[in-house]
Design a protein around this ligand. Structure first.
Ligand code: NAD
Length: 177
């Protein structure tokens, strides 16, 4: 029987517990999930501090720790392109065939529904705290950010000296104003 595949595209800067919960939820609905690491070309910016490779290690290790069968997901880095009107085709070119798009991002939802895909809005889990913005803010303010992310994300951030990276970026971006 043909497999049902869904796709979730996110910047995942960094991978947090909201991403993990939504991935688990999607895996209840589809046979396989494609995880697109969005804005793969970006790193070392306050809003996008981590490289695509660093984000791939975070998500793959977090999925392994959660016991998710590796045959059920694909992790694919995706660079942005300048043309929103053909972005869905660009994504399609990079991935295994899929029929369902999962996103809470209004632009992503619009671009895929205009191309005829079924778009589903997954539930948002504790969005007040479970967001990349909040994780990065807590890192800068020396608050507890580790409770918001899987241990794999915390380990990668520690290995790559990610706390220092984000703090340096915050100093640089403030001094650039
Ligand atoms: P994100 O990491 O903020 O979120 C990704 C998804 O994770 C969301 O859609 C949401 O469904 C889920 N999520 C996040 N927090 C959650 C929570 N607490 N509970 C449940 N689910 C949660 O990433 P994003 O900004 O939506 O990523 C979209 C990507 O698509 C970006 O990289 C963007 O640049 C790219 N994009 C590119 C183009 C182009 O190149 N022209 C056009 C559109 C989008």
């Amino acid at each position: 029987m043909q497999k049902v595949r869904g796709i979730l595209i996110g910047r995942m800067q960094p991978v947090h517990n909201g991403h993990m919960q939504v991935i688990n939820k999607i895996l209840e609905e589809v046979d396989e999930i494609i995880l697109g690491i969005g804005s793969a070309q970006l790193s070392h910016e306050l809003k996008d501090p981590f490289t695509a490779g660093e984000r791939i290690v975070m998500i793959s290790q977090a999925l392994a720790d959660a016991g998710v069968d590796p045959s059920r997901y694909y992790i694919i880095p995706m660079q942005d392109i300048n043309f929103n009107a053909i972005w869905a085709a660009h994504v399609k070119m990079l991935t295994p065939p899929f029929s369902i798009v999962y996103s809470g991002n209004p632009l992503v939802k619009q671009l895929f529904s205009e191309e005829g895909y079924e778009v589903r809005q997954p539930p948002l889990y504790d969005r007040l705290h479970l967001s990349g913005t909040e994780v990065r803010r807590r890192i800068i303010e020396d608050e507890d950010w580790r409770e918001l992310v899987p241990s794999a994300t915390a380990e990668v951030i520690s290995e790559i000296k990610g706390i220092e990276r984000i703090k340096n970026l915050s100093i640089k971006e403030i001094s650039d104003i």
